[in-house]
Design a protein around this ligand. Structure first.
Ligand SMILES: CC(C)(COP(=O)(O)OP(=O)(O)OC[C@H]1O[C@@H](n2cnc3c(N)ncnc32)[C@H](O)[C@@H]1OP(=O)(O)O)[C@@H](O)C(=O)NCCC(=O)NCCS
Length: 205
């Protein structure tokens, strides 16, 4: 097994239909609804560099893509899928990390969010710095919530006026994150210099 994770581009669009089929079959197996995407939509994500794809040679291993909402103030990492043959080996974690890093690079000021009932996604997002939030903290972009129409719990969401449902909202807000660590140069050189500077003694008259 030699799996590589790539930022997708037009050379991977041949996998688009297989990805859609895999997402659909997995949702069927789980008995959940999904925001169904067309192969054209997935291909467009690849063409625009808004997706990552994992391949073992030329065999499809996994995928995820980026969506933007509320005029790019919110970003969602969607469509996470790992082929059943490659599950429980840390593959989703690697794909998540890659799509998260890509999202931060493309949209550094955006809040990144997801809604899920899945423990795996909760664990992975928490590790990346996501916090659980109520739906009021997420995008109010209708395009996002339309994606819930394919879910079997959609009536619950509607009944609660889109304010709560069975999913947990998870949010990464770049403003809440600690400042980046000082560089090793700053730690080794600047800090000691600063440390040895002591206030001048006050001379007694
Ligand atoms: C969910 C899915 C992406 C996980 O892929 P994976 O490669 O097996 O996941 P990983 O091996 O990277 O595991 C990541 C973490 O999730 C946990 N995990 C994985 N599958 C899990 C499951 N079914 N239930 C609970 N936890 C799970 C792992 O234990 C691991 O946690 P850890 O870091 O504490 O050990 C994969 O099962 C899948 O494609 N499922 C169908 C599609 C789907 O559910 N997508 C998510 C849509 S929101």
């Amino acid at each position: 097994m030699n799996v590589e994770i790539h930022i997708a581009n037009s050379s991977y669009v041949g996998y688009a239909q297989e990805i859609c089929d895999l997402i659909y079959e997995s949702a069927q197996a789980r008995g959940t609804g999904i925001a169904r995407r067309s192969a054209e939509y997935v291909a467009e994500k690849m063409n625009s560099g808004h997706a990552v794809i994992a391949l073992d040679g030329d065999k499809l291993v996994g995928f995820s893509y980026i969506e933007t909402f509320s005029h790019k103030r919110f970003v969602a990492n969607s469509g996470l899928i790992v082929h059943p043959d490659y599950r429980n080996q840390g593959m989703a974690k690697k794909i998540k990390r890659k799509i998260f890093d890509l999202s931060r690079k493309l949209y550094p000021n955006a809040k990144i969010f997801s809604i899920t009932t899945g423990l795996a996604v909760m664990k992975m997002n928490t590790e990346l710095g996501f916090k659980p939030v109520t739906f009021s903290e997420l995008t109010d972009d209708e395009e996002f919530w339309k994606g819930c129409q394919g879910c079997r719990n959609y009536d619950i969401l509607q009944r609660n006026n889109y304010k709560m449902c069975l999913c947990t909202g998870l949010l990464y807000d770049p403003k809440d994150q600690p400042p980046p660590q000082a560089s090793s140069f700053a730690r080794k050189v600047v800090k000691p210099v600063v440390k040895v500077r002591k206030p001048k003694k006050i001379r007694k008259k």
